[in-house]
Design a binder for this molecule. Structure first.
Ligand SMILES: Nc1nc2c(ncn2[C@@H]2O[C@H](COP(=O)(O)OP(=O)(O)OP(=O)(O)O)[C@@H](O)[C@H]2O)c(=O)[nH]1
Ligand SMILES: [Mg+2]
Length: 479
């Protein structure tokens, strides 16, 4: 339990509205440190006193306690010697014990706030009193926990933590955006452009993406979780059905649905696009039409396309882009921001994707198969990583030690026919060798490691229709 005791020693600002703001910011900042979390898990109560005072009293306090004869917004008086969230000396158990039978309590210190100064500051910075107060309370609590900004390194750590804690408490446009559309329109190219890295493999062949892939963009202003999805098509096997289920699931999960079409198409709303738009409208979700590949279509062809959709559905936004060149992306983000709900961030700053290194590795191998084989081969193939073992060694460059990461990977390429196996192996094993070399190069870049990659081709007739095989390949939609 966190106990916050307050005392009001000024009359200008009513205490009532201040209490919940201080409580929320202080609790959040306190609870962010493992030290406090562990004590609370052990049943220890964490206690902080806070008070409100007027500007003149604050100046006096600042002069007396810190020899600074100036008004200030907040002052912290730590009760313990702490450094970056941890006590410098372990807290002795006897110190926590209260009266017989009372809950153990750890008092961390006092914070003193001058609301009149907080208000003046908020106005000059152009944000609300609540925003400024939350920010200062987080700052004050971090001081009680031993964070400081005296030396540069500590300052960087404190500011980063303070920023993250503040971001957790702010409401911004935030939510899921499903990227849907037929195969090959450029959904994954857009996802990669937005993420500034390859999270989804792309190729000139349709049905490249087989499951939903998440990429979260977090900035001070917004948080958008993009969901790339498999291209819309009429499924012919269980794999296809599972792909369409992933697309439909992403649309259900989305706050905004983006339907992507190709700028070179005829001005006509296709059946698959209608289905998606109707699913979205049925769920009251805003829809954006993204007209991609404008780099290779005449400008005058774009308006009739937009008109075809607008006549039928009056969508929420129409955004021509080139995912390949990055054109139109800023406008796309602006439209998404406008349409997303405003709420607290859903994902941590570090939570950028649901794709693991292992999954990305399998996809990079599959990309080589898509690039280096033709016709039906890529569609009859999946890649399963059977072994992914990491080793770290130290390379002693004349005492300038460098850490080397090495990853050993065994991947199985599952194909449905023995004739496909022959093509995948190539004459004298030449094809598999060439695919292995290219895949290893891209995996090394991805993992920033030296990679040993072994590829093994296995025939398993009709794996695309076997739920167990699909599950092993990570392709059976989450139930
Ligand atoms: N000229 C041009 N080509 C693009 C653009 N965006 C994507 N492409 C190309 O279109 C092809 C398909 O791109 P992908 O991103 O794999 O398409 P997708 O919609 O994810 O396809 P599926 O995963 O099969 O549903 C690739 O060859 C891309 O390079 C673009 O803006 N301009
Ligand atoms: Mg794709």
């Amino acid at each position: 339990m966190i106990e916050l005791n307050h005392c009001n020693r000024q009359r200008v600002f009513p205490l009532g509205p201040v209490v919940p703001i201080v409580r929320e910011a202080a609790t959040h900042a306190l609870f962010s440190t493992p030290f406090v979390q562990n004590l609370m898990a052990d049943g220890v109560r964490i206690s902080v006193d806070w008070s409100l005072i007027g500007p003149r009293a604050m100046r006096k306090l600042n002069r007396e306690q810190r020899a600074v004869d100036l008004e200030t917004d907040i002052l912290s008086f730590p009760a313990r010697e702490m450094s970056n969230g941890n006590p410098i000396v372990a807290v002795p158990l006897w110190e926590l014990a209260g009266e017989e039978g009372a809950q153990k309590t750890l008092f961390l210190g006092d914070i003193v706030i001058a609301p009149a100064i907080v208000s003046k500051q908020a106005e000059s910075l152009g944000h609300s009193f609540e925003h400024e107060l939350k920010f200062l309370v987080i700052h004050g609590i971090l001081h009680l926990l031993g964070y400081d900004h005296v030396d540069r390194e500590d300052e960087v750590e404190m500011i980063a933590l303070q920023k993250r804690l503040m971001a957790d408490l702010l409401e911004v446009p935030c939510g899921f955006v499903a990227l849907t559309g037929r195969p090959n329109v450029g959904k994954s190219t857009l996802l990669n452009e937005l993420s500034e890295r390859t999270l989804a493999i792309t190729s000139a062949k349709p049905q490249t993406t087989r499951s939903a892939i998440r990429s979260v963009l977090t900035t001070d202003e917004y948080q958008i979780a993009f969901l790339d999805t498999p291209g819309l098509h009429k499924p012919k096997n269980v794999l296809g059905k599972s792909m369409m289920k992933a697309a439909s699931g992403a649309i259900s999960q989305a706050d905004v649905v983006a339907v992507m079409i190709d700028a070179s198409w005829n001005p006509f709303v296709g059946e698959l696009e209608r289905q998606v738009i109707e699913q979205a409208k049925h769920g009251n979700k805003p829809v954006i039409l993204i007209i991609n590949k404008v780099d290779r279509a005449p400008k005058e062809d774009i308006l009739p396309l937009i008109k075809a959709y607008d006549d039928l559905y009056q969508l929420n936004a129409y955004v021509p882009i080139s995912a390949l060149d990055g054109d139109g992306i800023d406008r796309l983000i602006d439209e998404i921001k406008r349409l997303l709900p405003v709420r607290r961030r859903i994902f941590d700053l570090s939570d950028e994707t649901d794709q693991t290194e292992r999954m990305l590795t399998a996809e990079l191998v599959r990309r080589e198969i898509l690039t280096q084989t033709n016709q039906e081969i890529p569609y009859g193939v999946t890649v399963i990583i059977e072994r992914f073992e990491e080793q770290e060694s130290l390379n002693d460059l004349k005492n300038d030690q460098e850490r080397l990461r090495r990853v050993e990977i065994d991947a199985v390429i599952l194909c449905s026919r023995s004739s496909h196996k022959q093509i995948l192996l190539g004459k004298g094993g030449s094809k598999i060798k060439s695919m292995g070399i290219s895949a290893r190069e891209s995996i090394e870049k991805l993992l920033d490691a030296s990679v040993y990659l072994s590829l093994f081709v296995k025939v398993k007739p009709d794996w695309q229709n076997r739920p167990q095989d699909l599950k092993e390949a990570g392709l059976f939609g989450e139930e």
